[in-house]
Design a protein around this ligand. Structure first.
Ligand code: AKG
Length: 274
């Protein structure tokens, strides 16, 4: 068991994020990337742009990351020992593709209440300034801020949700090597720039690990029990995948993705990539 130290926890609570944390070997990160690329090749329409949710439901390698005990130990330090997995998103930026993520707070539109949850961003490739790594506004997690919907083709967010006037001089880059992860608070303001490198930037984002006391107030989400017991039973439980691109799991994933789209687009006419 490798829980967070009190210093790491202090940093998470004060700044609203923590990084880097070593969780996978480079070989494991590469194997996950290769499995994603196999799925992309065999099911090209399923996991492009708008379809990059919940790939862990059809990929045993991503499933094993979601249920990785190193990640869960760290998550337990933040949200307690009863942990559910809500959903996941692959944030892939292809080289020289115009794709960025505007500054936003996840808690503003994800519908998970109370905020006893944390997002794990696992780097499956190196992630650094030139290829559009995550950028955090430390201490911005103390309050929910106003967002404008600035829909833009290059914005990877569904509705172009944007917090304006972010002080760039306070922004911290989250540079990670493949196999490392960052953790971020539901309310931290974060975003990322364009990939100007010659390789893909792949972040596998468990979005999110939630305490069993957390409800989905904008729609529904099914969950997997990752650790502990669920005495609240607020959500339908779904099983883990054993086989790559299993037919039943493809259908399950499609259903879950429909639920997510309903949550993300609630109250909006706009439809973006993610
Ligand atoms: O991967 C990115 O660049 C952005 C990811 C993000 O917004 C998130 O994980 O909440």
């Amino acid at each position: 068991m490798t829980y967070l130290t009190s210093n790491q926890l202090k940093q998470y609570n004060e700044k609203g994020y923590l990084a880097p944390i070593n969780v996978l070997s480079k070989k494991e990160a590469l194997a996950a990337r290769e499995e994603i690329e196999k799925i992309e090749k065999e099911m090209p329409n399923e996991i492009d742009k708008s379809g990059r949710y919940n790939v862990h439901l059809i990929s045993p390698k991503l499933d094993s990351i979601v249920h990785n005990s190193k990640i869960l130990d760290v998550v337990e330090s933040i949200i307690g020992k009863n942990i559910l997995v809500c959903s996941s998103t692959l944030f892939i930026k292809d080289p020289n593709e115009y794709g960025y993520v505007s500054y936003h707070q996840d808690a503003k539109y994800i519908g998970l209440e109370p905020h006893n949850w944390v997002t794990a961003w696992v780097a499956l490739t190196d992630s650094y300034e030139k290829n559009g790594c995550m950028k955090m506004w430390p201490k911005s997690h103390l309050e929910i801020k106003d967002h404008n919907e600035k829909f833009d083709k290059g914005n990877l967010l569904t509705r172009g949700q944007t917090v304006e006037n972010v002080p760039e001089d306070e922004i911290e880059l989250v540079e990670l090597e493949a196999g490392q992860m960052s953790l971020h608070h539901p309310r931290i303001v974060h975003g990322s720039g364009v990939n100007k490198s010659n390789d893909r930037r792949i972040g596998f984002v468990i979005q999110s690990y939630i305490g069993t006391n957390v409800k989905q107030i904008l729609g529904k989400n099914s969950v997997q029990l990752a650790r502990g017991v669920d005495r609240f039973n607020y959500h339908e439980t779904i099983s883990r995948t054993k086989n790559l691109m299993d037919k039943e799991n493809i259908a399950l994933r499609n259903r879950e993705n429909t639920y997510l789209q309903e949550i993300f687009y609630k109250g909006s006419e706009q439809k973006g990539s993610y």
